[in-house]
Design a protein around this ligand. Structure first.
Ligand SMILES: Cc1cc2nc3c(=O)[nH]c(=O)nc-3n(C[C@H](O)[C@H](O)[C@H](O)COP(=O)(O)OP(=O)(O)OC[C@H]3O[C@@H](n4cnc5c(N)ncnc54)[C@H](O)[C@@H]3O)c2cc1C
Length: 287
């Protein structure tokens, strides 16, 4: 329960953090809220030689509107996200999801950047980012680049980030006015990671699905973007046979582990049930 020795750095500016990460190389890791990294270090599952704490870098914080998108600084905490009225109005699924992550203490420290960069399939925000078509801004020794969330997740704890790169912001296109949304998460107890969870963002026109995107949490090595399931639902009235086919398509792309949250078959079925509930609730909210 005691981490190995490490050097601690607390740069005051983004340029200092980038320079530090470049100089320290692969043995260094950014530290945000620390609520995933520090437990991993205590278990010696992560053994970085140096931590670059991002907490003092003002330019990484905050939530702002930029045209048709919301831009969220990487070290914005879950609590700040929950407290933003502007974000709740523009992209309400973010608040709904943040509220079912862990507990108030963890949400007071845990950041959106840490949640999406961690690469743990149990993190809840990445499935939303797939649904919403988010882009991540990364900075590193080679400069700045934009990474679509849909191309970011490559395996458990494996992302498209290069060594010495870090995320500075998450840009999320604002869904159309009147869209429906829902995040349904099955967990064993308050504060738990998902046994299975489903995110749905949709628009309806004349009683039919105009657009729909579906993301699944913790039922594979990465968050899953259920493209085939969404294609089945497009144009439908969400009638029972069509929903059954879409749920089957979503379940087919899952490959959860059998673990303390249940056997793989159970978790796959729960993903399907979470998707059914999310579709019903999202449709009921669409105008
Ligand atoms: C009891 C408990 C329950 C939890 N339950 C849930 C849950 O239900 N759902 C959920 O989603 N999460 C859960 N978490 C995790 C929590 O939300 C974490 O805070 C979050 O996953 C990581 O955010 P962080 O800011 O703490 O990141 P850190 O722990 O500081 O970092 C996590 C990883 O991301 C990297 N990183 C951090 N910031 C950046 C950046 N800007 N650029 C590049 N890399 C970066 C770090 O180097 C590290 O590898 C739980 C945690 C605890 C302790």
């Amino acid at each position: 329960m005691i981490p190995g020795a490490f050097a601690y750095h607390r740069p005051a500016s983004l340029s200092d953090a980038v320079a530090l990460l470049a100089r320290l190389g692969e043995e260094a890791r950014p530290l945000a809220g620390g609520h995933s990294l520090i437990p991993m270090m205590k278990l010696r599952l992560a053994t970085p030689q140096a931590l670059v704490d991002l907490a003092a870098i003002e330019e990484l914080r905050g939530i702002r509107r930029d045209g048709d998108a919301m831009v969220i600084g990487a070290t914005t905490t879950m609590a700040e996200l929950i407290g933003s009225a502007e974000l709740a109005a523009a992209i309400p699924i973010l608040r709904e999801t943040a509220l079912v992550i862990a507990d108030p203490q963890v949400r007071a420290r845990g950041t959106i950047g840490g949640n999406v960069a961690n690469g743990d399939p149990g993190n809840d925000m990445p499935a939303l980012m797939l649904c919403l078509g988010a882009r991540y801004t990364a900075i590193g020794p080679a400069g700045m680049r934009e990474l679509p969330a849909r191309d970011f997740y490559q395996g458990a704890y494996l992302t498209a980030l290069h060594p010495a790169e870090m995320l500075t912001a998450i840009t999320i296109p604002v869904p159309p006015a009147g869209h429906g949304w829902a995040y349904e998460k099955l967990k064993r107890k308050i504060g738990d990671y998902a046994t299975a969870a489903a995110a749905v963002v949709l628009t309806m026109k004349d009683g039919r699905v105009a657009q729909v995107a579906i993301g699944l949490t913790n039922v594979g090595d990465t968050p899953l973007f259920a493209k085939a399931a969404a294609a089945i639902l497009a144009g439908s009235t969400l009638d029972a046979p069509t929903v059954d086919r879409a749920v089957a398509a979503a379940e087919a792309i899952t490959s959860p582990a059998s673990d303390g949250r249940g056997p793989a078959e159970y978790r796959t079925r729960m993903a399907g049930i979470m998707l059914r509930r999310a579709l019903t609730r999202a449709a009921s909210r669409a105008r």
